[in-house]
Design a protein around this ligand. Sequence first.
Ligand code: SF4
Ligand code: ZN
Ligand code: ZN
Length: 304
Amino acid sequence: MAKKCRFCKGPLVYPEERLCAVHLAKYVEKRVDKVLEKVMGLKEKKLLVAVSGGKDSMGLAHLLSRKGLNLELLHIDLGIPCSSAPALTVVKAFAEARKLKLNVITLADWGFTVENLNNCQSLFKSNTCSLCGSVKRYLFNRFAHEQGFDFVVTAHNQDDIAAFAVMGISAGDLRYTSKLEPISWPESERKTVGRIRPYFYVPEKVSLLYTLTQELPYHDGKCPYLTGNKQGDIKSALLQMETTSPGFRQHLVKFVRKVPVSDSHLQVSSGQPNSCRVCGYPTAIDICRFCRICEGLSNQSQHQ
Ligand code: SF4
Ligand code: ZN
Ligand code: ZN
């Protein structure tokens, strides 16, 4: 006999937990609430939800938009050929349908594109995704701080978080443990808004199922600059471990969060946090990575 939802006997969409679409949605919401309830007075907080147009961020924005929260959306138009335009179309349609304010940052307005980052990997001794990730994090925080938001909300799922843990361990750099919290709190004196990761306890597969079963459009384009996808490789390996040892990723993250971090574990001294000499936003050294990228690209274009 075909198995049915364990709550309502409806057709299964998530056989591992024996859930139908309705109860899958409740399952996701419960996990999201477990994170959100840690923020006192959440309804009074100003939230900026980062939406790329992908499956995770569209599902999360949909779920949050039904909670009566004070939120706006932020999309960064990275100017990636064949990818950024359809992603922006998805996000715009989503915002219009729900009457949500959509803020768009166009990377080209900052004088460069992801293609420029891709061409300068050797200059910055870093791959394109790492540079692109730094730029996005910087712009999210700066925009949110300047516009008076309390928190940036991102759709990192449980698989992402477990991959961060492994990347931190493999690099011998336990700074990554600071990314393994569902919430980081605002530090306004350091021009840093808080960060909420409501999908912290939601596996990627469940996030995808939620977006599909809610019939939400999303953009599934592959970025042409995806470089040495270490995070993707780690995620696949972790998925394999999860199959043989269910709960592995959750236990891994729990374990890593408990490891005490001393300065000797850090690749960059935790020292006294600095303000960037150029832009005033936080940095571990004299000039933040974003400003070094801007300066490096501008110098390079002058010499061409
Ligand atoms: Fe940026 Fe890499 Fe994502 Fe492309 S795949 S958008 S380069 S982080
Ligand atoms: Zn059900
Ligand atoms: Zn700076």
